[in-house]
Write a protein that binds this ligand. Structure first.
Ligand SMILES: [Zn+2]
Ligand SMILES: [Zn+2]
Length: 665
């Protein structure tokens, strides 16, 4: 099994593992069948599909200039397990049948690709046709994957067709059986005990790879309560963001809704699993979306900062305002007031009384107020606490999680018979098969070849944040309390946005009316902010606060202090320049390098070159790297990351300033 080559400019390294390792999914017992259904067959021949913990692996080193010469370095040349015992092949005394002597016929990658295509309904014929075309184009087969046959794909298809989620009529027994059969999909499992409820953490090998690839030095975000009303057990999703900042789920945790505080049980297992694969892996930040999240635990396990995302609440308010308040102007005004209240709370200039005043002022709009009073008012205290304590994640992150949540709904909750939602075995099976396949396909470069099979469940490209970037400024007209955005899809169509300038604006397009942040709102907000018509985002405000607090609270240790002071002086010089320049503006801005500057991030603090103040305007288009508020140098990171006690003066400052990682991808 080959892994992606690592290239350092002169040499290329590829690490190969034996197909039967390094994971170990063997069950105990006297014999280890080559396949798990070998006993039922007359001839227990065939290829194993089980990893057996084989530690045989080697590295192939090649000079890029001389690719025909290779150096093969065997780290372990015996097919043995961790204990040093033969784990497959002729000398494995426990192996039955063909003794697992032969490598799987195609690579895990291709197998996953075929399974994913089959799960989402692409026919065998189409898969084979595409495959044959690709092999022909490259001039014939050149590796084992090119030898894929019809027969193999048909066999996989039949296996899928015949499989059932219901392994036992008792749901709990069925889940336990599923867990037994899918050890490699699970990073944590504990059944109900006398004191604790059951927790199941699903993470496939592919999801783990995504976590390693996109999570390292970057962000993991949570969507904590999917399907609370519909499913037997809700889903807690953890997502990372790909290069377009689309969310990819890297784990699903299933536990009864009354047990939402079970994070401490599985978080460590998740961390250990990544670390076993990549000991250098480090998370940059963790975004929670629930005031009851165990922030201390997250900090302890991942040694990273924690932020809060408000998307779920904003979404719920927005959707209910649209549904329950028929007058568009009142609806927009209420949304504006709620947005203002949240913004004041985050900036430390407001409290509960803002929400009380809101309820008094809009007492006439009883339909929404009844909802607000019943659902949100009891929880608002907890939300205020968390908004004060943690820095807020940017709206790009919120948009990405909102999209993820929406897609998960399309991909999971599309069954004809909704009784099925009350079975947990159905849930885990569907997540691990169909739903997983759709997310895999989102990242599949060849997905265009299967366009004729696209259904609503396929992702239709970019998030609304990225789409907003494609709207030219000239298509946006801002006129006081309104903004208008010309539609390119439909000639002559213009979208009207009420109260542009914040995420609490309301647009008349379909996506916005569903409670989502649409591209029109994002674009008009960006323009309003650029023109100084609206205050900068709360995330930016918190970042500014954090920087200022470094200036005021230098640490005690002398080396760190010297370093920090040097940085602080640089920042202060920039700030002074900036404020001089920005006099007369309503917004205060702080330097943040754009993504392109990130590569030379440390120059921000070291450069003597005068930089135009415009470069210093924060660009609200900054992708998730807006969360990566400043790409500080790695030294700066270690200063702030490993000596947070010195920075104890301000919790929020600590949090946002740890957002210093550059995504190395
Ligand atoms: Zn082996
Ligand atoms: Zn819109």
């Amino acid at each position: 099994m080959g892994y992606k080559p690592k290239v350092d400019g002169i040499l290329e390294y590829i690490l190969y593992w034996c197909s039967f390792g390094p994971d170990d999914h063997r069950k105990g017992g006297i014999v280890r069948p080559s396949r798990n259904y070998a006993a039922k067959r007359k001839t227990p021949a065939g290829r194993p599909n089980t990893k057996r913990g084989c530690v045989c692996h080697f590295i192939v080193k090649r000079l890029i200039a001389e690719p025909n010469v290779a150096l093969v370095i065997y780290n372990q040349d015996k097919h043995v397990d961790k204990k040093g015992l033969p784990c497959h092949g002729p000398s494995d005394k426990k192996a039955a049948g063909t003794r697992a002597m032969f490598a799987p016929y195609i690579s895990d990658e291709l197998r996953l690709q075929i399974l994913s295509l089959l799960y989402v309904g692409v026919p065998v014929e189409t898969i084979m046709q595409q495959h044959t075309e690709i092999v022909e184009k490259q001039g014939g087969p050149c590796n084992r994957d090119d030898l894929l046959t019809h027969r193999y794909v048909r066999r996989l298809e039949r296996k899928i067709r015949r499989s059932t989620y219901e392994l036992d009529s008792d749901d709990d027994v069925s889940i336990a059986l599923w867990v037994d059969n899918h050890r490699d999909h699970i990073f944590f499992y504990e059944d109900f005990s006398d004191t604790e409820p059951f927790v199941l953490g699903i993470q496939t090998e592919w999801q783990l790879q995504q976590l390693i690839r996109f999570g390292n030095g970057s962000i993991v975000a949570s969507d904590s309560r999917f399907g609370t009303n519909k499913l037997k057990y809700p889903i807690y999703s953890l997502v990372v963001f790909d290069s377009n900042n689309n969310a990819i789920p890297i784990a699903w945790i299933i536990t009864p809704s009354f047990a939402s505080g079970e994070m401490h049980r599985w978080l460590g297992a998740l961390y250990d699993r990544v670390h076993t694969k990549d000991p250098t892996w480090k998370l940059g930040g963790f975004i929670v979306d629930d005031p009851s999240a165990d922030v201390l635990m997250i900090r302890e396990v991942f040694q990273c900062s924690v932020m809060i995302s408000f998307w779920r609440v904003r979404h719920a308010w927005h959707k209910n305002l649209v549904d329950r308040c028929s007058d568009a102007n009142i609806c927009a005004e209420m949304s504006r007031r709620l947005g203002e209240a949240v913004s004041h709370v985050c900036r430390g200039t407001g409290d509960l009384e803002l929400f009380e005043a809101f309820m008094e002022d809009f007492v006439d709009c009883s339909d929404f107020l009844d909802y607000f009073r019943a659902v949100w008012f009891p929880r608002i205290g907890a939300w205020i606490e968390v908004l004060k304590a943690l820095p807020m994640a940017t709206s790009e992150v919120s948009v990405a999680i909102e999209c993820y949540h929406h897609l998960l709904k399309l991909r999971l909750l599309n069954e004809k018979d909704s009784d099925i939602y009350q079975r947990a075995d159905w849930l885990v099976d569907k997540l691990g098969t169909k739903v997983h396949s759709y997310y895999w396909l989102d990242e599949f470069t060849g997905r265009e070849n299967f366009a004729r099979y696209w259904k609503d469940e396929w992702r239709s490209g970019l998030t609304s944040w990225r789409r907003a970037l494609q709207i030219p400024d000239s298509d946006v007209l801002i006129d006081g309390k309104y903004a208008k955005v010309v539609s390119h899809k439909r000639e002559g169509k213009v979208h009207t946005i009420l109260n542009p300038g914040s995420e609490f604006a309301i647009c008349d397009c379909r996506w916005s009316r569903m409670g989502n942040l649409c591209k029109h709102v994002i674009k008009s907000t960006k323009i309003s902010r650029n023109r100084g018509l609206a205050a900068p985002s709360t995330s930016l405000f918190v970042f500014n606060q954090a920087l200022t607090s470094i200036l005021r609270h230098p640490p005690h240790d002398s080396v760190i202090r010297d370093h920090a002071i040097a940085l602080a002086v640089c920042i202060q010089t920039q700030l002074t320049g900036l404020f001089d320049h920005g006099k007369g503006r309503t917004t205060s801005c702080i330097s943040v390098p754009s993504e392109h500057q990130a590569a030379a991030n440390s120059d921000l603090f070291a450069s003597d070159e005068p930089v135009g103040a415009d470069t210093y305007m924060i660009n609200e288009n900054q992708s998730v790297s807006e969360n990566v508020f400043v790409n500080l140098s790695s030294e700066m990171h270690s200063v702030l990351g490993e000596d947070n006690v010195s920075y104890g003066a301000s919790g929020s400052a600590h949090d946002s300033l740890l957002q210093t990682q550059v995504n190395t991808d």
